[in-house]
Write a protein that binds this ligand. Structure first.
Ligand code: GLC
Length: 516
């Protein structure tokens, strides 16, 4: 699965922002890369207070991203290229410009129009005078999760102020989203990525979470039992359509049991498992994460999911560069990590640009940063713009073929990206792009004959991760020194291997003859 961050993928309209036409014009690239499916991030009408995760109309296309006709043409072309398409659905909140929220604001306190959101009275401070927010819930983007209106009511926003949370106890909200799903399924989408999937229902007592906010969020704000009924209804809708329509949930949790509840056979098909993305460069850490992820989905029968990068986290080339060591080590490690990712059973989710080895752009000036995280924390947290810089396609300078020459991309692109463009890497067998293509092609060839089960050696080493699936062995050396290769013939390696040695920060796939 390949995540397309639409605004930064390819600009087909010449305004410096990526759009649906741009994606459509690059489908052959994605087919040749060797992915099976695309996940499109939100392209709905939106003021883009949170990059489009603030949806103002769930059944439209923002003019800056195209039209519904462009969407239909994109889906038809993707299918003709053998690519499936899933889209982001954002049920936890809307934009503050959504018709529902505007109606709610125009209505008096207590009016049914306010029922679609979470409005509460404030509470008196201990001195009995000043009014404060209804409780201590924090916004994920920093600051309080409550915003006060001039009439004295407060509304809940777990994310930015411009993203009021919906009230999923309101039957109208629930029905409306079912219609949204049908709207897109009727247009041919193969499924949905569900944003903040665990968050929809909140503790009806609105109790304080106290100092330990992060842990207390689970079960209070996230993963209330009521949410599962929604996904059981959604599953029935998906199954009423032909083909293999699916849903993958963004479920942040550190409890495997909680994750498994979302993956019961009548709920979501998949849920993101983010631990690989959070793990440091360490063989024991990777091994623990993989074993825990597999164990978490095992009772459910769902496929595990693996992620190294996304639009929400610093890119892994840069993460693996830390603590700063040998220049280029992040790239070597990113190559090595890919073979681990693609040897695992289940679904690998790639993020646009990782196939080019793009680093996080860390030196964006404050004035161009657009992520509300940066704004809401007064720059204390830099936010996620650095992984959302547009894709360099060709040429030697900005906009690197992302947009027509002379167009300024919505985020500035680094001056030293000429060697990272698709054009520069295309014919170079040593490039990251060529390596991704080879690994994806080989995975496609090998995967059908591999068992889902992973076998681990009895004597795990601190230096390397080695695991087997049938004929395929994957060895990833996380140390800086060479280790001995396991038995088998090397069919792909992230860097040259010498004799029976696997160099430091390198990985290899080895194949043994099929057991007789
Ligand atoms: C999810 C998205 C993220 C967004 C947030 C609020 O975590 O991946 O980009 O900011 O939800 O919608």
């Amino acid at each position: 699965m390949y995540e397309v961050y639409v605004r930064s993928f390819a600009d087909g309209g010449g305004d410096g922002e990526g759009d649906l036409r741009g994606v459509r014009s690059r489908l052959a690239y994605l087919r040749d890369l060797g992915v099976d499916a695309l996940w499109l991030t939100p392209f709905y009408p939106s003021p883009l207070a949170d990059g489009g995760y603030d949806v103002a109309d769930h059944t439209g296309v923002d003019p800056r991203f195209g039209t519904l006709d462009d969407f239909d043409a994109l889906v038809a072309d993707a299918h003709a290229h053998g690519l499936r398409v899933i889209i982001d659905i954002v049920p936890n909140h809307t934009s503050d410009r959504h018709r529902w929220f505007r109606e709610a604001l125009a209505a008096p306190i207590g009016d049914p129009a306010r029922e679609r959101y979470v409005f509460r009275p404030g509470r008196r401070n201990p001195d009995g005078r000043m009014e404060g927010p209804p409780n201590d819930w924090p916004s994920m983007f920093g600051g309080s999760a409550w915003e006060r209106l001039p009439d004295g009511q407060w509304y809940l926003h777990l994310y930015a102020r411009e993203q009021p949370d919906l009230n999923w106890r309101d039957p109208g909200v629930r029905r409306a989203f079912e219609d949204v799903l049908r709207f897109w399924l009727d247009r041919g989408v193969d499924g949905f990525r569900i944003d903040v999937a665990a968050g929809l229902f909140k503790d009806p007592a609105f109790a304080d979470v106290g100092a330990d906010a992060r842990t207390a969020l689970h079960g209070r704000i996230y993963s209330r039992p009521e949410v599962h009924g929604v996904y059981r209804d959604w599953r029935r809708i998906l199954e009423s359509y032909d083909g293999d329509r699916m849903a993958v949930g963004e479920v942040w949790t550190d409890s495997p049991d909680e994750l498994a509840r979302f993956l019961r056979p009548d709920e979501l098909h998949q849920a993101f498992q983010f631990d690989l993305q959070l793990a440091p460069w360490s063989a024991p850490a990777f091994r623990d994460v993989i074993q825990a992820a597999v164990a978490a989905v095992e009772p459910t029968g769902a496929a595990p999911t693996w992620v190294l990068s996304s639009h929400d986290m610093p890119r892994h080339v840069t993460r693996y560069e830390r603590p700063p060591g040998v220049p280029g080590i992040g790239t070597a490690r990113a190559r090595a990590a890919l073979l681990m990712l693609l040897a695992l059973p289940g679904s690998a989710y790639l993020y646009q640009g990782e196939e080019l080895g793009l680093p996080e752009v860390e030196d964006l000036p404050d004035e161009v940063r657009q992520d509300p995280i940066s704004r809401r924390t007064g720059g204390k947290r830099p936010g996620r713009d650095g992984c959302r810089v547009p894709i360099p396609w060709s040429g030697a300078k900005e906009p690197y073929g992302f947009a027509p020459d002379g167009t300024r991309p919505w985020l500035p692109m680094p001056p030293d990206w000429a060697s990272l463009t698709v054009e520069a890497q295309d014919g170079d067998p040593a490039s990251m792009l060529s390596f991704y293509r080879s690994a994806l092609a080989l995975r496609r060839e090998l995967a059908p004959s591999l068992p889902e089960e992973i076998e681990w050696p009895d004597d795990p080493s601190d230096a390397s991760v080695v695991f087997r699936r049938g004929r395929l062995t994957c060895a990833l050396n996380c140390s800086d020194n060479p280790v001995r290769l396991p038995p088998g013939e090397v069919v792909l390696a992230s860097a040259a291997c010498y004799g029976d040695l696997l160099p430091g920060n390198t990985s290899a796939w080895l194949v043994t003859d099929a057991p007789s």
